[in-house]
Design a protein around this ligand. Structure first.
Ligand SMILES: [Zn+2]
Length: 264
């Protein structure tokens, strides 16, 4: 039987790597409940396991919404995870983001959170989510994902009309495609994921959800996948007013009107 290789590269696996990082999961001593059971792990080489601990911490600070009332940094200090998002959003991006501003974001029907937003370390975010998406792919299919990933941070609001409209379109489209698919993850209130079926071109998408409300979408394009030029995207990128329809909903790009307007 061949030795398993790393979920990120072709090196032999030397250990198991947690997906997402273990530090995102609260400990019993902090929250009184054990959120560290049945954690997802994938085979990993040395470089792709121990070599990224600082990214793990970055992600934890950026995502977990830890309340900063501890002196040594990162003690998991929330009681109920969904509430923790709300509270800890106040400080979660403190160390990870510059030029902070406040915003209220709707993350579900009549569910709102306050978030700080500003200038995140995007490259680092993308690196973290790329790894997690590749990890969940491995966990789901038992093999490495070979291809490119593109991350859309569903929980960071954009003040620009087009990106905001794209977020809304992605969220709604993914909700339709994932309807009925079970959320995977031993501690779904901390982390769960779902993968869409491949579309006719072979593209698919991972929906990563952290702490019940932070949604991240990662589009996965396998190697060798031929993406034809998309006329709609060319129009949008060309600044031409464009409407995309999804069921009864309309998504309008390059318009001056406020976004999230519903027809009728
Ligand atoms: Zn590796």
């Amino acid at each position: 039987m061949p030795r398993p290789t790393c979920y990120m590269c072709d090196e032999p696996a030397t250990s198991r790597e947690h997906v997402p990082p273990k530090c995102l999961f609260p400990e019993v001593k902090d929250v009184g409940a054990d959120y560290r059971q049945n954690l997802l792990t994938v085979p990993s080489c040395d470089e792709h396991n121990s070599g990224k601990s600082s990214d793990d911490e970055f992600l934890m600070v950026s995502l977990a919404g830890i309340i900063g009332n501890n002196s040594i940094g990162y003690s998991h200090k929330f009681s109920k995870v969904n509430r923790a998002i709300h509270r800890s959003s106040f400080s979660l991006l403190d160390r990870a983001m510059k030029n902070q501003r406040w915003s209220v974001v709707e993350f579900g029907p009549n569910k709102f959170i306050d978030v700080v937003w500003g200038t995140p370390d995007y490259d680092r975010f993308l690196r973290c989510f790329d790894r997690i998406a590749r990890g969940v792919h491995f966990a789901q299919f038992g093999r490495k994902f070979s291809g490119e990933s593109r991350t859309i941070l569903g929980y960071i609001p954009s003040c620009l009309p087009n990106p905001a409209e794209f977020q809304r379109l992605i969220r709604d489209k993914v909700a339709i495609e994932l309807e009925g698919k079970p959320r995977v993850g031993g501690n779904p209130d901390v982390f769960n994921f779902r993968l869409t079926d491949p579309d006719p071109l072979g593209l698919y998408l991972a929906h990563l959800q952290f702490y019940g409300g932070l949604d991240v979408y990662v589009a996965l394009t396998p190697d060798g996948c031929q993406i034809p030029d998309d006329l709609t995207m060319m129009l949008i990128e060309g600044g031409i007013e464009t409407t995309i329809k999804l069921g009864a909903e309309e998504y309008r790009f390059n318009v001056d009107e406020p976004v999230t307007r519903r027809p009728g």
